[in-house]
Design a protein around this ligand. Sequence first.
Ligand SMILES: Nc1nc2c(ncn2[C@@H]2O[C@H](COP(=O)(O)OP(=O)(O)OP(=O)(O)O)[C@@H](O)[C@H]2O)c(=O)[nH]1
Ligand SMILES: [Mg+2]
Length: 409
Amino acid sequence: MALKTFTGETMQEAMAKVKAEVGDEALIVSNREIKKRTLTTPGLYEVVVEVEDNNRTQQPKRRIIDDLDTAKKDEVLLKISEAAKKINTLSKNSNMSETKNTSTNIVEIKEVQKEMQEIANTMKLLQSTIWDLNSCKRENLVIPPEFSEIYAIAKNSGMHKEHLDEIMNLTLKHMPLKMRNNPVTIKRYFNTLLRRIIPIRQERELSAGVKKIMMFVGPTGVGKTTTIAKLAARYAFQKHKKYKVGIITLDTYRIGAVEQLMTYARMMKLSIEAVVDPGDFVEALNRLRNNDIILIDTVGSSQHDKEKVDKINSFLSVNTFASIDVNLVMSATTKYEDLKDIYENFSILPIDTLVFTKLDETKRIGNIFSLVYDVKKPISYFSIGQEVPDDLIVASSEYLVDEMLKDVK
Ligand SMILES: Nc1nc2c(ncn2[C@@H]2O[C@H](COP(=O)(O)OP(=O)(O)OP(=O)(O)O)[C@@H](O)[C@H]2O)c(=O)[nH]1
Ligand SMILES: [Mg+2]
């Protein structure tokens, strides 16, 4: 492909030249205002487009609109606001001019009116461009304007586009007609729909005599050990029913890891065992058998370090007095594609539930929604800060969706 530059006194004029020469299929590389038009001098606008290089094999053509990405949209919005300011100033000028009644002023007013009309036309064109851009990019999905705000917020949240379009399609299909004209009811409906989709694992009290063993696995540094310390405190002291809690750490690999958990255990006066191999693991579990809940910390591993994940798996194949509940811990600051990669690679372990940490470090948590929408595993806890034990909350779909649909722009 080669680049070609078109200019005009207005953006429309430059675009018209593009259209005349390259057609609707032109791919815009950039468009900018080089010089503002004033009352006495013409403006200069430049549009650079990709044109076919005849020496190369032909590429499938794309529509102009498909290539106006978000940055361009912002540029267009900026232009609208600039145009609005201009209209403001010009209308003030024209009011002032009306008070004088000289022939020069009449000419000036006419010029101003002409310019205002032109700006108004540009605004219309730009607005429809933005809307076309949105609908075109959504392929078969055409979003009515009343749905555009919630669509933009959800997209901005980090939610995967395919998921958003699927859910938007459902909303458009099933939402009662009388609710559609009001953006507030649309928002509420969409919010409720998302809540219903998210699987949550409720925190239940243990029946008398029932023991629970919970193992926490996940990538390095996501907050597994901190979450265990918070949960230990929660189960042992914070809940209405107080449980006897024991801790096992399988993380004897990282220097200081055992000490980190020992410190918490000592402060809370909880039993703790450090274990190196599966044989020791059975013995440690048996030593802690008098506890109601046993929390197991593991070594953090990259999802691509199969050896480490396999090693964790070898601990899960031992016979224990209660089944081991496997909690995959991931950070909310990880983008959707990486969360999926982590989930898939840790899936050689029998994952029961998901814990998300560091929700305090990001305002865009649509990635969490998209992951659970995809893998259909329930979330049990959210960690919302570093404070032990306070910064931990029981997961709820209301919290996730409300945080996700907060307009962070
Ligand atoms: N901001 C924030 N920081 C957190 C949160 N949870 C844990 N951290 C911090 O993240 C860092 C790592 O926490 P750890 O609990 O050691 O993480 P880990 O997964 O056990 O790490 P490895 O054992 O090395 O794999 C610490 O500085 C924690 O204080 C959270 O919810 N929010
Ligand atoms: Mg740790």
